[in-house]
Write a protein that binds this ligand. Structure first.
Ligand SMILES: Nc1ncnc2c1ncn2[C@@H]1O[C@H](COP(=O)(O)OP(=O)(O)OP(=O)(O)O)[C@@H](O)[C@H]1O
Ligand SMILES: [Mg+2]
Length: 249
């Protein structure tokens, strides 16, 4: 059976080949990042209790690095939300519950979220020295936790099987750290597409966990700055605005 393309970005292409999903990284993609993604996914898989596609193989496909995962047959939660807008409240509820089940896990060998964010913030030159310094100070003062954080938890990274089981994919940004920081990131990712969904998500998380909204919001400028370091052009404008809100807080 020939492989068919199921998703493509500027740096990678995902193919389906029977019961396998093959993520192929373009030629100039750093090898260490490919191996890191496979390692992080394997660590999460070994944690148990979270439905993730198993890593089957790391290799080279037509001269490019690739990771082969178990293929999860279903639709992304993003597709489902588009197809059934009337069910969005129910999907949101399930997505928050899924997020909570991830955060309930510990994965002690992953990098610390705070260390990663500190590195990312120091890399963002466009923010200016004094903003970066203030942000590092704020980051230092935030509570240290060791919860499993996905790092890119959004509906494109959730696959729902026909039997209703939710799988979480794309673990490359996973770390251990503060759950509210991970929720702040999901909120920002929703904001880039749909403010209403973002607010729904924030409200549901805060209600279910008894977390003060202000606390999650206090992470927003820091998370926005860290997210800027991913250099996704479509995110730059909004993230810059959020990162600069910091100065007024
Ligand atoms: N194991 C899998 N089973 C089924 N579909 C998959 C699988 N892995 C990826 N896909 C499909 O490919 C899409 C992109 O995959 P993935 O999220 O891993 O990469 P990405 O979003 O390009 O990566 P990044 O967010 O790191 O830039 C997913 O949204 C999903 O539709
Ligand atoms: Mg993805």
């Amino acid at each position: 059976m020939g492989a068919e393309i199921i998703a493509a970005t500027a740096t990678k292409t995902v193919y389906r080949d029977g019961d396998k999903a093959i993520k192929v990284f373009h030629a100039d993609f750093p090898k260490a990042e490919v191996l890191n993604e496979a390692l992080i996914t394997a660590r999460v898989e070994e944690t148990g209790g979270i439905k993730v596609p198993k890593v089957l193989e790391v290799g080279v496909f037509e001269g490019e690095w690739s990771i082969t995962f178990e293929f999860i047959e279903g639709k992304t939660l993003e597709q489902l939300m588009e197809e059934h807008p009337d069910q969005i409240p129910d999907y949101m509820e399930k997505m928050v519950d899924l997020h909570l089940s991830v955060m309930a896990k510990q994965c002690p060998l992953l990098n610390k979220l705070k260390d990663k964010m500190a590195r990312q913030i120091s890399d963002i030159e466009e923010l200016g020295d004094s903003t970066r310094y203030e942000m590092q100070t704020r980051l230092d003062s935030m509570p240290k936790h060791t919860k499993l954080c996905h790092g890119d938890f959004n509906p494109t990274n959730i696959i729902v099987k026909d039997d209703g089981t939710f799988y979480v994919i794309d673990w490359v940004h996973a770390t251990q750290g503060n759950a509210s920081a991970d929720v702040a990131r999901t909120y920002l990712l929703f904001c880039l597409k749909d403010q209403k969904k973002a607010d729904m998500y924030m409200d549901l998380f805060c209600k279910k966990t008894g977390t003060a909204k202000k606390y999650v919001q206090s992470w927003l400028p820091i998370v926005a700055a860290a997210q800027l370091s991913k250099k996704r052009p479509e995110e730059a404008e909004l993230l810059n605005q959020w990162a600069n809100v910091f100065e007024y807080q």
